[in-house]
Each structure stands twice: as C-alpha cells, then as structure tokens.
Ligand binder design. Structure first.
Ligand code: MG
Length: 268
C-alpha cells in the first residue's frame, strides 16, 4: 500500500516468562492482541487472532462485517482449542464513498490512538472495570492506572460466543499516525509520556521501539507491544479499492461506546 509506512515492537518485559501479546502489520490491517490465560493458552489465543486477520489480501475491501467474521472464527477456534482469551485493538485503512477512512476496532483494553500534527489522542474505549468507574465518576483516568482492578476487562475474544467489538470510522488524512498498543504500555507510562514519545518525528519503527523501551524501563511488569502506522499521502489510497458495501459500517450504531458488561473477566 503506497503512502503507508509502519513499524512494530514487542517485548516480554521484565517479569513475565512468556510473551502472550501478538501483532499484525499487513496492509490494510494493523492490530495488537493481548492474550491471557498463560502459556499455551494466552499466547495461542492472540496468535489465532493474528492468523485469522492475516488472511487479508492487499486489495481486500475490508468491512466491519469482514472484521466481525474474523472475530467469530477466532473466538470459536480459541474456545474449541486450548482456551484462554485475548484482547484485540486495530485499524483497517478502507475506502468508503471514494474517500479513505480508518476503520478502528477494539475489544478489551488494548488501545488505538490517533495522531495528527504531533498531537496524539486515544480513540478506542477500554472494555474494563476501571473504564466504567471513570465514566461513573468514581475514579479519574490517572487513578485508573493504579487501581487494584486495573487488569479486569469486561470483553475479550475467546470467552463467549459472539465477541462484540466496537468500531469507529475516522476520515484518513495525510500526516495521520495511528498507534496501537497492549496495556503493557499504558499501565507503565502515562498519557503525557505516551503523547511525547508517539508524537515525535522519527520513523514508525523508531517510535514503536521507543515506546516499548520506555515501558520496559518503567518496570516492564507485563508484555508490551506497539504498532505505529503513518499515512503520508491519501491520494494513493483513494482509487485503489472498490467502494465498500453501502452501509457496511454503521457509524451511528456500531461506533457507540459499549454497553456495560454483566460480568468481569480477569486477565490481560
Ligand atoms: Mg497485557
């Protein structure tokens, strides 16, 4: 895909024995997955997600329906296999009505950030107990990083039939930077430091490595994974794909923040 450049980095960290995170950087799809359940479960679960999404072809018309199919297939394979579960946070660069968009998708507490002009903003909304406490006003987002339930997520792939990702559709513009990360990054360094490191002018591979190194230096208590995607030129995106199916992305309904989940899931 012309006009798109990317870089990735991952590290087991300083405490865990196994890296249960996985990532995919295969245009037009980029994602991170944070497996949970221990060796031979969490690492397999995140790898299954990567495998399902790696079936994407370079000229694939990626829709929310295609993404949902990948989630359903991965979910079934995980539940019929070694168990465990995984978060998934990612983006697909798509075209709709002749214009390029980022189709952001998320399930769990890995994150997608969007940068433009050196400013970086979190776009995905965590499916976690602490996120619900933030929204109810019980804690602040900074307090969430140290909350005892900070690792309790409310949605994941592999734990129940019909995983429910959230979607956001964002117009793609030249100079865009998308950054995806597992919670091993966001639990170690705060948003100010993330914005400082992710907003730099270096190449995506350097940015990704700098972020991972910062999290490991800060303690590395979890696996940490970062994918950075830069869009240099939207003209090269437009016209390369057929228009996506009309209504394939319901920006009004599917982009709403998730419903509160009845039960919590320990992990990630
Ligand atoms: Mg994690």
């Amino acid at each position: 895909m012309i006009g798109v450049s990317w870089g990735t980095a991952t590290d087991v960290g300083r405490v865990r024995a196994v890296n249960e995170d996985a990532l995919l950087a295969q245009p037009p799809v980029f994602l991170v997955a944070d497996g949970m359940g221990g060796h031979a479960a969490g690492d397999v679960a995140s790898a299954i997600v990567v495998e399902e999404f790696s079936t994407v072809m370079p000229d694939q018309v990626v829709t929310s329906g295609w993404i949902l199919e990948r989630f359903d297939r991965a979910d079934l394979r995980i539940r019929e296999g070694q168990g465990g579960g995984t978060t998934v946070a990612g983006v697909a660069l798509i075209e709709q009505d002749g214009r390029p968009y980022w189709l952001i998708f998320n399930i769990g507490d890995s994150r997608v950030y969007h940068g433009q002009g050196g400013r970086i903003i979190q776009k995905s909304v965590d499916h976690s107990v602490v996120q619900e406490l933030i929204e109810s006003g019980d804690i602040t987002s900074e307090g969430a990083r140290f909350h005892p339930q900070r690792h309790v997520i409310t949605r994941a792939v592999g734990l129940a039939a019909g995983p429910e990702p959230d979607f956001w559709l964002l117009p793609a513009a030249a100079g865009d930077r998308l950054m995806m990360c597992s919670d091993g990054l966001t639990s170690e360094i705060d948003d100010v430091e993330i914005a400082r490191l992710a907003g730099g002018e270096a190449e995506p591979c350097t940015i990704a490595q700098n972020l991972v190194d910062a999290a490991v230096d800060a303690g590395g208590r979890d696996n940490v994974t970062v994918v950075v995607v830069d869009l240099g030129d939207t003209a090269s995106v437009s016209g390369r794909h057929h228009a996506a199916d009309p209504g394939s992305v319901d920006a009004d309904e599917r982009t709403q923040p998730r419903r509160p989940a009845p039960e919590a899931v320990i992990g990630s």
